[in-house]
Structures are given as C-alpha cells and as structure tokens.
Design a protein around this ligand. Structure first.
Ligand code: ATP
Ligand code: MG
Length: 481
C-alpha cells in the first residue's frame, strides 16, 4: 500500500511549535482528527497535539515563546491545555494512559505515559490513533489507522467490547463518524455496540446532544441514524423516533414513518439547510404512531399528528438539553408543517398563514415542506413545487404589512382614550381589530378602527358577546388542509 503521509507538508506554525518543545528536549506530535483529515486530503479543522511535556511545562513553553502564546487550563484534569498561538487555537494533551472507567464516562484516574505509542493505545478508533511527529512528520501508526482510513473503515483500537465498556460515548462517536466521513463500521466494532448500551446510558445528555448535532450537520444523517436503529442506540436515546419504524402510511406514502423521516432529514442536510430545519425534518412526524387510525380498509389517517409531534419533539430536545430558543424554533416548524396551499386561499387566508408562520420563519417552513415532499415521493420535488404559494405570499406582503398588533393604526393608548380599560378587554379588542385588518387591510385606518373598538367595547360591557368571542381564524382556515 502506498504510504502517502510522507507527502504531507507540515504547517510552518507547527514546525515553530516543535522547535519550542525541542528546545526543552520534549517531543510533540500532531494527533487525532487533523491527521485523519490530512490523510483524507480534507481541510483540517483544528490541531490536536500530544507531548511528553507535563501540563505545567506546556503552559510555560507557550508563555515564554516569542511572541508569547496565551494558555488556558481547559482540561487540566486530563492533562489538556488550550493554547492560542499566532492566531491559532491548539489543544495540547500530555501523553497519557487511562486507568479504570468505573462510571463508563471518564477514567477514574489519568496516568501520564512515557511514549506516544502508549498514548495512541488509549484512543478510540484506529483512524484516530495515528500521530505525526513534529517537525518532520514521521508517522506513528501502530494499529493500521492509515489503511483503515483508505478502506473507509471505523475500527476500535484493540477489543471493541472493552473499548465500548470503558466509555459509553464511543459507540455514538462511531456512528457519528460513519455519517460525517461516509465510512463503514468494521463488523466487530458494530457488533460490540448492543452489549455496551447500558454503559452508553450513563453518558451525559449534553454529550449525546453534541453527537446528535454533529450527525445532523453531516452530509447524510441517515447513515448514523440507521446504525443507531440497528444497534439499539436509537431505542436508548430517541425511542420516540424508533417507534416510527413499521408505522405504515398506506394511502399517503410508500415509506413507513421512520424511513420517511430519515429521507426528509437527509434532504435537509443535502441542501445544507440550517440545524433547526434538519431537526424538524427528523422529528416532524413523530406524532404519527400515536395518532394513526384506520379510516377505510388499508387507509390510515393521522389527524392532528403535527400537534402530537410538536409535544414529542419538545420532550426529546428538552431531554437532550438543547437550548430553549432552538427547541422553540424546531417545535414551531413541526407544528406548522401541515399547510397545503391551493389557489382557492383568499388573500386573508394567505395573511393568516403568514401571521401563523411568522414572517421570519417562512423560509424555513418552505424548506421543511420541500424536505417533507421529497420524502413522500422519494424524489426531488418539481422546481415550481412551492412557487404558487411563495409568489402569493410575496404579493400579499408587498400589499399590506399590517400583520401584527404593532402594525395597527391604533394603539392601546388610543383605545384607553375612548374609555376602554386596559387588561383582558383591551387584549380581546386589539386582537379582534387585527382579525378585521387581516380580513381587509383597507380597514387599517384610525377612525375606522376606533369606531369598531367602541362598538365592541359596548357589546362586551352589555354582555352581548362573551369573552373570548373571537376564534383564531388562522387556525380554522388552515386546519381544513
Ligand atoms: P473532530 O474534532 O473532527 O470531531 P477528532 O477525532 O479530532 O474529530 P476530538 O473529539 O477532537 O475528535 O478528539 C481528538 C482525539 O482524541 C480523537 O481523534 C481521539 O484520538 C481521541 N478521543 C476523543 N474522544 C475519545 C474517546 N471518547 N475515547 C478515546 N479517544 C478519544
Ligand atoms: Mg478534534
């Protein structure tokens, strides 16, 4: 096999760093993802370094450099410091071996090692256990990592059962790398995952979330998600999604709900849609298993599954400690994904659709709809698929921008001035004025609205209408579709 690491050029900053270590008679190697990506001839993301210098000395080396680097003891317990040097951020870890892992999450104690070979032996996969000695770039590859990278294989260093039982994050890293790199899991590595599920169950939810994030950011998330399903990781971390397997949708789709969700998610990833759209694509139908009903022989209905999916998505993302704003963004898309535009929509219905979706979310909602449509048909939707709706929305927006309370020609103060008391009554009246303006933007004139408000106030006081009298028309109209 051709060893092509000798053709790799070492960056001048790395050579400079090597000289700093050499001046103290210490070794330093490039390790981890950077080496893997150099072999794959992909852009290197960040530099991880390993050294036989203890952490205190690593800090001194960077502080005393000219120009000096800044150092942060980011993982000092594990022998890792982060250095900012010549505009680069580097992670430098002292060679180490790891002792017992009694909690399945982190080693009980960190023991420093004498050689890079020992250090590489504690790493997860052969592709991640290659070092390049600096400054020359000589390869240290005791586990055949370069060959595995060329064969596109993810293989544990040593015995997979042991490596996974030490650290339950590794199975997730394995499937995440499969999606990120487009590699296959080596047979024994894959086979060892089910027995390690109880160890994976102990991994902190934030770390699971970080892996899911990377899976969603990969070019084909389904590679990881299908492996998760096959090995039991999906049942463990995303049981609501696992429950979508075998939920047939005859009458609508040729795919079951899980395959449909994976196709939608892959489409969103392939189009490089933002993370909230990818997550929404994955979770948008999770409410289907619980809402499914047999309507006619062999034809299923899923009424209001989007509301159930929203609840389930909120549960999943909350459990995985996603930030609130991200959860809200995903859940909003999930809740609103069931619109079906027809030319019969009135302009008022289009305005209500915009209000419901929120103008800033329209683009993402269209994207989710594209992903959903592709995953129904199993093929790219026609280029003009959403064009009639988007054109209509653009036209309606160009004609009227009175879409929220703040766009009304009257304010709460104006209503107070005609004797409407602040509080619930005011809220009801303002909302009804907005409904009126959504029906007919020409009504958005001060005098006109004051007159309507006065009438409503009188009726409310006389008990002629009860609170809340005004249904959300946006909900009514859109739920027809
Ligand atoms: P990327 O940064 O692109 O996600 P990476 O391989 O650099 O990929 P890091 O999480 O930065 O991943 O870790 C750097 C290196 O540390 C890995 O390549 C691997 O050698 C080792 N490593 C990281 N996490 C583990 C783990 N849980 N068990 C064993 N080794 C690990
Ligand atoms: Mg890295």
């Amino acid at each position: 096999m051709v060893n092509c690491l000798h053709m790799i050029t070492i960056h001048s900053i790395l050579k400079e760093i090597a000289a700093l270590f050499a001046a103290r008679k210490k070794e330093v190697c490039l390790v981890g993802g950077a080496v893997r990506d150099m072999i794959r001839r992909e852009a290197v993301q960040d530099w991880d370094l390993a050294t036989n210098a203890p952490p205190a000395e690593v800090m001194a080396i960077f502080r005393e450099a000219r120009p000096p680097g800044r150092v942060f003891p980011t993982g000092i317990k594990h022998g890792t410091i982060t250095a900012l040097y010549r505009g680069r951020s580097l992670e430098i870890t002292t060679y180490r071996t790891e002792a017992d892992y009694s909690d399945g999450r982190r080693p009980d104690a960190v023991r420093y090692a004498a050689t890079i070979e020992e250090d590489l032996a504690r790493r997860d996969f052969t592709m991640n256990a290659i070092a390049l000695r600096l400054p020359g770039g000589e390869t240290v590859d005791p586990f055949g990592g370069e060959a595995d990278i060329r064969a596109r294989i993810i293989r544990c260093v040593g015995k997979a059962e042991e490596r996974f039982s030490e650290d339950g994050l590794r199975p997730l890293r394995a499937v995440r790398f499969a999606a990120q790199l487009g590699f296959e899991l080596e047979q024994h590595t894959e086979a060892a995952i089910p027995a390690a599920l109880s160890v994976s169950a102990k991994v902190s939810r934030e770390r699971v979330r970080d892996e899911l994030d990377k899976i969603l950011a990969s070019p084909r998330p389904s590679r990881a998600l299908l492996l998760m399903e096959k090995t039991g990781l999906m049942e463990l971390f995303l049981p609501e999604l696992a429950a979508c397997r075998g939920v047939e949708q005859k009458g609508f789709h040729r795919f079951d709900v899980l395959d449909h969700s994976l196709l939608a998610c892959d489409y969103a990833a392939g189009k490089q849609y933002p993370p909230e759209v990818r997550a929404a694509a994955l979770l948008h139908d999770t409410g289907k298993p619980v809402t499914r009903k047999m309507e006619l022989e062999g034809v299923w209905s899923f009424y209001h599954h989007e509301a159930e999916s929203e609840k389930i998505a909120r549960n999943i993302l909350g459990r995985l400690r996603y930030p609130g704003a991200f959860i809200d963004a995903v859940c909003h898309l999930v809740k609103e994904h069931m619109f079906h535009y027809t030319g019969e929509w009135t302009d008022a219905a289009v305005r209500r659709f915009i209000v419901r979706a929120g103008e800033t979310n329209l683009e993402n909602l269209y994207r989710l709809r594209m992903a959903d449509a592709c995953a129904i048909a199993g093929a790219e939707p026609p280029p003009d698929f959403l064009l009639p709706l988007t054109r209509r929305v653009d036209r309606v927006l160009s004609e009227s921008r009175a879409l929220s309370l703040k766009d009304l020609a009257v304010s709460g103060k104006d209503l107070m001035a005609i004797g409407i008391s602040p509080g619930k009554t005011m809220g009801i009246i303002l909302n009804e004025l907005l409904e009126t303006v959504l029906d007919d933007p020409a009504q958005n004139a001060r005098e006109q609205l004051l007159e309507i408000a006065g009438e409503l106030n009188g009726k409310l006081k006389a008990g002629l209408i009860r609170k809340p009298q005004f249904p959300n028309k946006a909900t009514e109209e859109n739920s027809l579709f």
